[in-house]
Design a binder for this molecule. Structure first.
Ligand SMILES: NC(=O)c1ccc[n+]([C@@H]2O[C@H](COP(=O)([O-])OP(=O)(O)OC[C@H]3O[C@@H](n4cnc5c(N)ncnc54)[C@H](O)[C@@H]3O)[C@@H](O)[C@H]2O)c1
Length: 377
């Protein structure tokens, strides 16, 4: 049956992948609520913009009357809350915006959802019973896995690599220990969502996912930055010694997992989502260099091996050494597994950036924002 999904942050990297997936591969309607910060880009939604099942609302999740109006007008069955400030380096330079959007904004959205759901219980009990509030969060709330300790057998999944058999992974019961203002603000929002479920009975679900990569990724993040710098012959800045380990997931695999959780997950539960792809940052950069060397056009002005551009720079303060997810619960209970390996996903990503220069050129020169602001004025 066709449902209405209210997606916050649908013009961002992961949110736009969820919106594209819902419009392309389901019958559901999508209402996208986005403030269009620097990270929001409506050009990532060009392929769904004309769909009669897609509506865009330009609004801030901290604006309570606007959120109430969005619920009243569109009567959603499912909320998927992705709007956030999401870049760790920016949270170190200016934490206030992170607390405002990620913590205050989430509380405003929870209150709007609760008011709507309580009214729905009176007017349409069946619809209220099916209502879901899905909060999208990060594995960074669990902090740093740095120290390697033996892993218990029940934390291993059929997809665990031999390497992870000897190392700990984040499970849904790992205690929270966030390190950066970003991860602390996300941890705060997760606690609020759990409290609204426990105290008010709001039917919530939470997912905590590892690092995403893929098409339409804003070029301040590691993978797109390295692809674009390698293509342009610019230095490839690697923090510290590049030995920080992250667990990478292709963004469309994450979008499919999120839709599964929102529609089939158990109320009150948390699901970890990860790609079983633990790589050091240096390994990621070296793999990108090899792909760029192989795939860049012969006409490209820079033709030296891209790895000659790798430059080690001073590490980020408080930089966590290792994150790694045990995704066994979502695999066992909801039957989700990633379709892409790191190798196939990264190849698709480099190919996408090569084929979509107009998208990223407009991000780099700022024109994606200029036109948008013009349209709003
Ligand atoms: N990118 C990752 O690797 C990753 C991994 C795990 C979890 N997450 C989480 O997934 C969510 C989406 O991440 P992303 O990488 O797509 O982020 P993003 O920064 O690319 O997009 C965030 C979107 O939220 C919008 N937004 C920001 N503040 C807003 C506000 N106050 N009101 C309305 N809209 C606002 C922005 O305009 C943008 O469209 C975040 O909650 C993030 O914490 C991200």
């Amino acid at each position: 049956m066709s449902k209405t999904f209210l997606i916050t942050g649908g013009a961002g990297f992961i949110g736009s992948a969820v919106v594209r997936e819902l419009i392309a591969n389901t019958d559901h309607k999508v209402v996208n609520v986005d403030k269009l910060t620097y990270a929001g880009n409506l050009e990532s939604l060009a392929e769904v913009a004309d769909s009669p099942r897609y509506t865009f609302i330009h609004a801030d999740i901290c604006d309570a009357p606007a959120m109430q109006q969005a619920f009243d007008e569109h009567q959603p069955d499912v909320v998927m809350h992705l709007a956030a400030e999401s870049h760790v380096d920016r949270s170190i330079d200016g934490p206030a915006e992170f607390i405002q959007t990620n913590v205050v904004g989430t509380s405003v959205l929870l209150e709007a959802a609760r008011g709507y759901w309580l009214a729905l219980k009176e007017s349409d009990p069946a619809k209220a019973a099916g209502f879901r509030f899905h909060h999208i969060s990060t594995d960074e709330v669990y902090g740093d896995l740095g120290e390697e300790k033996p892993l218990t057998s029940e934390a291993l999944t059929p997809h665990s690599s031999p390497a992870s058999a000897a190392k700990p992974l984040f499970t849904e019961t790992t205690p929270y220990a966030p390190s950066s203002p970003y991860s602390a603000s996300k941890a705060g929002s997760d606690h609020l969502v759990r409290a609204w479920q426990r105290t008010f009975g709001l039917p919530t679900l939470i997912t905590n996912c590892s690092n995403n990569y893929g098409p339409y990724h804003f070029p301040e993040k590691l993978i797109p930055l390295m692809i674009l710098n390698a293509l342009a012959g610019k230095p490839l800045p690697v923090y510290g010694d590049g030995q920080q380990i992250r667990d990478w997931l292709y963004v469309d695999d994450h979008a499919r997992a999120l839709i599964k959780v929102a529609t089939q997950g158990e109320v009150g539960e948390t699901y970890n989502i990860g790609g079983h792809n633990e790589k050091t940052n240096l390994e990621v950069v070296e793999t990108i260099c090899a792909l760029v060397d192989e795939l860049r056009p012969a006409s490209s002005s820079f033709q030296l091996p891209a790895s000659s551009l790798i430059t080690f720079v001073q590490d980020r303060p408080g930089h966590d050494l290792r994150y790694a997810i045990d995704a066994g619960k979502i695999e066992r209970e909801l039957g989700w597994v990633p379709e892409e390996t790191f190798e196939t996903g990264l190849r698709k990503t480099v190919e996408w950036y090569l084929a979509n220069e107009s998208w990223w050129q407009r991000v780099l020169d700022g024109s994606y924002q200029g036109e948008r602001l013009g349209a709003d004025a």
